[in-house]
Design a protein around this ligand. Sequence first.
Ligand code: LLP
Length: 383
Amino acid sequence: MKLPIEKLKDLHTPFYCYDLTLLRDTLKVINDEIEGYPFKVHYALKANANPVILSEIVKSGMGADLVSGNEVLTALDAGFSPGKMAYAGVGKTDWEIEAGIDHGIYCFNVESVPELEVINEIAARRGKTAGIAIRVNPNIDAHTHLYITTGTTDNKFGIDIPVLDNVVEKAKTLPHIHLRGLHFHIGSQITLLEPFRMLCEKANELLDHYEARGVHFEMIDLGGGLGVDYVNPEENPIAPFRDFFNVFKQGLKLREGQTVHFELGRSIVAQCGALIARVVYVKENSVKKFVILDAGMTELIRPALYNAHHKIVNLSSQEKEKETYDVVGPICESSDVFAKRIDLNGTHRGDLIAIRSAGAYGEIMASQYNCRQLPKAYTSDEL
Ligand code: LLP
């Protein structure tokens, strides 16, 4: 991502900065890779719901993957078509289900039997039928961070395979439910292809199993999870979509008319965003030097919450000499640390710092802790 220091330096920090050219290039790569296949991509709004980002994604023709009633409304406002919306989540409340049904969304990804019954009841009251997919917990370890692993039996998500037959049978008997297919999501920031291969095998197994029992699914939804390169964002600004989709092109045994849905979030938006902050102080104690920024865990919580790595660069300093710093925020929490012991060009009060790969789960997870203001955002088109 290109960061025009001349244009950034007078803006009030901290703020997010989005490179729309990179976002457009990323969307094009995805659309090129899926062309000619019965593949449909839903953008996972939870990664970033900035209106400008959403409007670019709408233009690309993608659908939306949603996890709350307000996300459904936000996606509608942004112009996503309800016929391309999938709505997951273990705790959908009545008004959220009503919103989905009233707007005619394509699919609820159902996570429990009680939820299935409530969707049926609400749809009946409104004289409608709700499209659903049953979210399966495939018990596949995605080998990612514990907090973003979702597809093992230790997690709250989905329905375990041993009871799946009963839930499928039940869904077929409910008059206001239209069972479209099965849904999976095994985790996030998955950088190995093996978990996705295992997911293909599991999906094939289940499709065979149900086909043999006379149940034909019109779709399967394989979730999201493709990881990005947080260490070398400049070298790898676009995630390895070709390798990712090839796993499914080669591995899935699809039936006539079946569509395959993906719910990608991070891999679409992570690399197009950076958090720009200013150095407030450089402070030295007896063992190390701290760079203290005016951005903290309130603007980007990933390092504090998941120990996540984000590349940090000093945009202002031309100094050849590198120095080793801990880069921290101003929040009153010891975990308010962006990086420990990293080398930066000699850094001074007032320097502009970019924290890269912050387009996904950055701005959207910002909080007002310590009575902070939510960060602003600018795009490359307006800078
Ligand atoms: N579908 C479902 C059902 C999900 O739960 C998620 C993410 C996605 C799709 C999109 O996954 P992606 O393609 O973005 O990996 N805040 C964490 C990530 C949480 C992911 C939650 N679910 C982080 O900052 O790493």
